[in-house]
Design a protein around this ligand. Structure first.
Ligand SMILES: Nc1nc2c(ncn2[C@@H]2O[C@H](COP(=O)(O)OP(=O)(O)O)[C@@H](O)[C@H]2O)c(=O)[nH]1
Ligand SMILES: [Mg+2]
Length: 223
């Protein structure tokens, strides 16, 4: 047990060194970086697809690093929006670490504008492992959909603690469910009172403007 904890600590401190190096690179380019984390199927890629167009329409630049355990399907979906994207296929690992993101950033750099306003990282679908790994982001964004249950923040407090922002997704489905949004918000705030919480639907567009405004407000104006 003691040995396991020591090894984990060593892995995480090595990760932190690389994350710091990533952060320097991101800052040099002017990018505000978000690390999007949720279980598989919460709607990360769909939110991304809806978010990217809005960022570009606002005249701001954005790029994406797409993590998945297998397949480049999500990277292909994002590439269809015309935004620069790099895939990371972890081949089994349940999270992105700083080295994987740093290597993807190096591959991405030649296709980026001199100054990049926003970099979005879609992490591997998992509510536990990604929350422990700093990849050099400015903030972690936790996503939870209205089909997942109101208790998720209480069951996965590490993620909701590490996150700055929480997106409650698929609110277009609320009329068909017995889901108590207020209960979810109460649980999320019980874990992390400072969380920014957005209720949104990539399908209906509800809440999308507020989320994108928040994101653009965080980014530096590099123009
Ligand atoms: N009703 C509804 N379905 C959604 C919404 N966003 C995503 N989905 C569906 O949820 C499923 C998983 O979405 P995806 O974006 O691939 O999730 P990811 O695994 O978190 O990236 C897909 O079938 C989407 O069409 C939404 O806002 N409303
Ligand atoms: Mg996805």
């Amino acid at each position: 047990m003691t040995r396991e904890i020591k090894v984990e600590k060593r892995v995480l401190s090595r990760n932190d060194v690389v994350a710091t190096r990533n952060r320097v690179g991101f800052t040099e380019r002017g990018a505000y970086v978000v690390n999007m984390i949720s279980s598989p199927g919460t709607g990360k890629t769909t939110i991304l697809e809806a978010t990217l167009g809005r960022i570009v329409e606002a005249g701001r630049s954005v790029a994406v690093i797409e993590g998945d355990v297998q397949t480049e399907n999500d990277a292909v979906r994002v590439a269809a929006t015309g935004v620069p994207v790099e895939a990371v296929v972890t081949g089994g690992a349940c999270h992105l670490d700083a080295t994987m993101v740093g290597k993807a950033w190096q591959r991405l750099e030649p296709s980026l504008p001199a100054a990049l306003d926003i970099l979005i990282v879609e992490n591997v679908g998992n509510l536990v492992c990604p929350s422990a790994y700093d990849v050099g982001e400015d903030e972690k964004v936790a996503l939870v959909s209205v089909t997942e249950g109101e208790d998720k923040p209480l069951k996965y407090p590490a993620l909701f603690n590490a996150a700055t922002t929480c997106l409650v997704t698929k609110v277009d489905l609320l009329p068909y469910l017995e889901f108590d949004v207020e209960e979810l918000v109460k649980n999320a705030r019980a874990v992390n009172p400072a969380l920014n919480i957005f209720l949104l639907s990539a399908k209906s567009g509800e809440g999308m403007d507020e989320w994108v405004e928040y994101l653009i407000g965080k980014a530096k104006d590099n123009s």
